[in-house]
Design a protein around this ligand. Sequence first.
Ligand SMILES: Nc1ncnc2c1ncn2[C@@H]1O[C@H](COP(=O)(O)OP(=O)(O)OP(=O)(O)O)[C@@H](O)[C@H]1O
Length: 600
Amino acid sequence: MVLAEDLAKQQRSISVAEFFEKNKHLLGFDSPTRGIITTIKEAVDNALDACEEAEVLPDIFVGIRKVDAEVYRITVEDNGPGIVPENVPLVFGKLLYGSRFHQIRQSRGQQGIGISAAVLYAQLTTGTPARVVSRTGAKALAHRFELMIKTETNEPEIVSHEEIDWDRTHGTRIEIQFKSTLAAKKRLVDYLRLTAIVNPHARITADIDGEVTTFERVTSEVPPCPKSILPHPHGIEFGALKRIAAASTGTVDEFLVGSFSRVGKKTADEMIALAKLKPSRKVNKLESDELKRLLDAMQAVKVPAPPAQQCLSPIGEDLICKGLEKEIQLDFIKARTRPSTVYGGHSFIIEAAIGYGGKIPPEGNAQIFRFANRVPLLYQQGACAITNCVSQVNWKSYGLSQQGLPTGPALIMVHVASTNVPFTSESKDAVASIPEIEREVVLVLQELGRELKSYLSRRDKKKQQDDRARAICSIIPEIAVKVSEIVELPLVDTSPIEGKIMRKIVAKKRTNNGQVHIDVNNYTAREVTFVLYNLSRDAAADADPRPDFVDDIDGEYNKVWRCTLGAGEAWQVVYTGAGDGSLDLRGVEDGMKVVVDLDV
Ligand SMILES: Nc1ncnc2c1ncn2[C@@H]1O[C@H](COP(=O)(O)OP(=O)(O)OP(=O)(O)O)[C@@H](O)[C@H]1O
């Protein structure tokens, strides 16, 4: 038998850094391939959070360079507020150190682990320190650190520190080297693209081993930084209540009104009466059973939902559509932002969008884009409540095929914005199944499903009309030939009739007695702007209207007119000439135009 004394010799506390060094998969560092994505995700999340807090438009650089066969250098640089030099070692060299853990508001980072875990992973795989440069303003010099983490104590080790000149007036740059591969390059670019979609105010430039991609911002408005709020009485647990009560010096009623959101004097009195306590009791003197009664009363009394406008930052329907349309060509897009609601005292807002057609691959499952607090979720799709909700909806009734998930050329985007996103693990890959959240997601998807259905039926109706029109148009020229034979008159130009039936833009050139006539008719139901090119040996000096510009190309003149025509309107130019050459109409989809050159 092993003696208790022997066991005692083996027992010792474990530092959080040692724990995560051994369990790095819990933080998303389960493989070298994933390590790169997680590191970039943590650094970009921090950059976006910091810019949002400082209310600056994010300009973020992400670099990946191969250093040798298996080692990559990852660089992420931002134009945020920077970090004061005293805190740099703690931010990057100590796990569970951060500014957001105790704040109740929407933010990407929460736990204070992310970036220090990347530093830990780097030193574990290559033994190299992380390099950090940070500058807090034009008046301060930048500070450059080389840092490691002392794993046994979870404390930072400063390998070097110096003040340097830096061309950015404020911001932070982190450089980490670790063993990895670029096998997940596509996923990485997808991650950056998705990040750009839900952060439409950010510009992200990526240099992946020499290949540069820029995701431009679609708005120059910085979203307001969500404000921190007090905890809601319905979201508090016993341990937390005990801790904050012990730190409070006030009476029970002062404590309730001053420490919780949406609790006024009347609500506090109601809670105190229900808990059978005296309002004048000092809260830090309450016994455990009294605190339990108080907690029960806090959760039983009706309290309005937390002030969501203040603490949440939804993207908004318009910017969701702009962000998606910028990155993916779509035939149809609709977005919805639901009103805010609550689960367990935590505010949340569900936003979603549905896109159809365009460049979405027509085969296979619909694409599902999951986001939480403006961060794309790339892993564990099957374990996520969002995916579960997508498959719960009956997509067949909205015009999509379905085999569990909907199939076909569709994309479904869902964003959960909350003061406390319930993730299934610390690696923040999937949203947990919370009934209130799932209900909102299903409702918004059903709303969007109805929009998709009405788009698809409009499209089918239009296609039917177009098919009929096309059938008629195909026989018009033959009828014209027959009629001209019967009435023994010259063959008439049938293109205007075709244009009218097909609702197209018809450009026509003909020459009569040395006069060249070019006519453009807009038979569509909307305004169009086009550019007309007429390349020929005619200089067209007397053209009316004058071309916007003329290019002389080896004795030929390319005459260019820019024009905007309302629905049903016509435009004409006439000039003296031989009428040879070519005619072209640009700025109009190919299927929407008919160009007829009667001189050919
Ligand atoms: N680029 C940056 N600019 C300014 N402050 C930063 C930057 N990166 C990190 N910080 C500060 O360092 C803290 C710790 O960052 P870290 O990534 O470890 O955790 P987090 O983002 O708070 O939470 P999580 O672990 O959930 O990502 C942040 O809370 C923030 O205060």
